[in-house]
Design a protein around this ligand. Sequence first.
Ligand code: CUK
Ligand code: CUA
Length: 662
Amino acid sequence: MKQLAIAVLALATILMVACGGQGAATPAATGLTSDAAAVAKERELNADDIYAALKTFTPSGKLDPYIMFSSGGQSGQVLIIGVPSMRILKVLAVFTPESWQGYGFGGGGEQVLAGGFMPNKKPILWGDTHHPGLSETAGEYDGQFLFINDKANARVAVIDLRDFKTKQIIKAPNAINDHGGAFVTPNTEYVIVGPQYAAPIGYEYAPLEQYKEKYRGIITFWKFDRSKGRIDPAQSFQIELPPYWQDLCDAGKKVSDGWVFCNSFNTEMATGGVELGNPPFEAGTTKNDTDYLHVFNWKKAEELFKGGKAEKINGMSVIRLKTAADEGVLHFVPEPKSPHGADVTPGGEFVVVGGKLDPHVTIYSFEKIQNAIKAGGLSKDAFGVPVIPLDKAMEAQVELGLGPLHTVYDDKGYAYTSMFLDSAVARWTLGGPYASKHPEPGWKLVQKLPVHYNIGHIAAAEGDTASPDGQFVVALNKWSIDRFANIGPLLPQNFQLVDITKTGESMKLLYDMPIGMAEPHYAQIMKADKLKPFEVYPQIGWDPATMAVDPKSITTEKEARVERKGNNVEIWMSVVRSHFSPERITIKKGDKVTWHFTSLERQRDATHGFTLSGYNINLSLEPGMTETIEFVADQAGTYTYYCTEFCSALHLEMVGYLLIEP
Ligand code: CUK
Ligand code: CUA
């Protein structure tokens, strides 16, 4: 009770300061104090609760200092979340059609989605997003682009943060699934996606009896063209890998710029078949005490690719495994045991690998790895890849507990590791150049904060950049069990916000955020002021696909019209509060319709929708934007089109008739 009183007093002081700093005796301040105390009492809030409320409450009109970009898991989308308020700002459409954003229902999104179809054009209309990767300049998020992978189909998407729209989806040739990505090199030269479950190159048929000979991993280095805002497949390459299951990857930065690190599991090369009496995958893949950390020299790989040492397979340049091994592109270091996660420290000096089935995180020294490579005389694995002995590469091991997975960093020399089996966030101290930043000795567990429950990834404010911020960590928990009202057997995930502002054993849970759609994996948290998105599109007639004015667009209502050439009908429609023009369109059954829409709006937030009933069409027409749809008028009759955003008092009147003569 005394604690509560102190907290309420603190609350009152803060509220007074917020109200203009009047003295404690003013009636307003006293009133607030007793009101607040009454609420705290009624809601049975203790001092920690009040602290958490003060840390997270964001008054109307105030903005969050951080924006979190979270994978939307098997929803195929990306979640944009304000931190610390934990308010969802947008569910950004990426791999899955989404009607609010008019994505996949007639407009430009259809072409983006089609870019990710299978080579035989089979549509894939969802994704299993795992790892968002913000574009970087000199190892810092630069707020320009976001990339995210689709584990299920080995694809990657490019999102332009000027308008928060997906611009490109691209399918990796030769790979059928992926995992270790998307992440970028420190200046976003490449967007990298590592593999997961081995398959023959090009996912051609080969029986599992030929696993060792025919099955392979394959890592893709997508070249990113920043000026075009697109991945350029012609400048991209892949590296063939042994059929170990490469898992999480990270790019070196600063001292380790030019290198990439991926953990792996199933170096046992288990092929399953529990139904045949074989050990199931879960047993077969966990027999060995160690797997291999993959150490890539990507600058060397780029040199080989540019020097013509790559082979074209299914239109993609592939550096063969033998070349990679012989030319020093790939080295291995043993890592305990069926690990998960490989996370480079802010200065690039170390790589931290979570043990998953080992209670430690293992810290590898980049310098030691380099020395071992230079010294040479390394033995080789079954595929001819040189193996650096663990003791020649290891800097330290820290015992954290059960199920260490992923690690992020702060500004105080601490690392934060998600502990899946312990359901905890472990805070531990980095050594080496980080030791002077914190009061404790280096390489030591400091605190384990219970989270609820089964944490997978962990995200920290700018926590995987060259200069992490501290302040907040978010635990991305897979299970929520008893944290929220029972809404049936499918439960939301739970994002828990953790306060990491102070040193030592001071981490505190601040907030539970249910994620009622799919299972996010990774997230990144960026300073909000790095974003400079458009408020409205820069000019009337702006095409988000080209990020330029569409020469076919109109700029005034006077230009709105319908033209016919044979059975091709072309419509130019203007869109502004509160009417479409034209409002009556008469065409014939069988006509091929090309319909251009231009929003003449210059007012922020004056978005219109356009739906054509019966034709599976819905668009989002944001101020200044142009969009074109094409369809065949294959059903005769009387159809209405109307605006699907409540744009004005006369929104319901924003409507028109499409008459299709039989
Ligand atoms: S993975 Cu899901 S918890 Cu795909 Cu990064 Cu570790
Ligand atoms: Cu335009 Cu409603």
